[in-house]
Design a protein around this ligand. Sequence first.
Ligand SMILES: NC(=O)c1ccc[n+]([C@@H]2O[C@H](COP(=O)([O-])OP(=O)(O)OC[C@H]3O[C@@H](n4cnc5c(N)ncnc54)[C@H](O)[C@@H]3O)[C@@H](O)[C@H]2O)c1
Length: 249
Amino acid sequence: MNRLPGKVAIVTGAAQGMGAAHARRLVAEGAKVLVTDVNAAAGEALAAELGDNARFLRLDVTSEAGWAEAVALAEQAFGPVSVLVANAGITGSNVSTVDMSLAEFEKVCAINQTAVFLGIKSVVSSMLRAGGGSIVNISSISGIVSIYGTPNPAYAASKFAVRGITKFAAMEYAPHKIRVNSVHPGYIRTPMMTATLNPEQIVLASGNVPMHRVGEPDEVSSLIVFLASDESAFITGTEHIIDGGLTAQ
Ligand SMILES: NC(=O)c1ccc[n+]([C@@H]2O[C@H](COP(=O)([O-])OP(=O)(O)OC[C@H]3O[C@@H](n4cnc5c(N)ncnc54)[C@H](O)[C@@H]3O)[C@@H](O)[C@H]2O)c1
């Protein structure tokens, strides 16, 4: 398959889980991908597996200087950046509002929310050089509704915020052919899920999903490929829910 010819992508949080699945699918569809993560060992292993069409850079998404380095490396290795998948995220502890420390609230927001701002800010000039681009910001169904099982208020706040900045940037850059959309996964089987929910809780969560199962990372990657590709050329500023029907109830 070759749905992403000539595309140059940066994927954050790509060492494992959904980010790794997205990097694999983007390369399989003909893109060149800068795999980034704070987990250098797993990120380097993935880039090695993907071969000449991938490189790895250790990027902490909260670092503005790190973002500049990532864009420069992607440009130098592959050319101007045309796709950003802002996927890195953390849940934080499973705590109530009164029990959440300000430090942890700010840490979750820095990675899930502020980093999305830094990502957009950092890639726009490269995308202008590419003649346009597609920015896909990963939120959650916790950014659409207040759902039972959301770990804490910072996760909810940060994932809702991703919708806002996505729509703002979509309006700003629509005339420049840079599209900005958000993706809102439901329960997806990744290391994040298995770290947050035990097997019994996963069965319980599946029971609440109309399709009676959790999703697989590669199912989300199919949506990412579509949004990254020119097939979605008239889609910007929109929210794409992928949750087996959970929030439709
Ligand atoms: N798994 C789910 O059910 C689910 C549901 C909705 C939304 N999401 C969102 O999807 C995205 C991917 O989730 P996942 O389940 O694959 O998670 P995961 O924990 O399996 O992977 C997340 C990756 O992000 C990296 N990361 C963490 N902090 C970072 C930082 N500061 N800088 C760079 N990388 C960092 C981690 O090292 C890890 O490789 C996240 O934004 C998450 O909030 C997940």
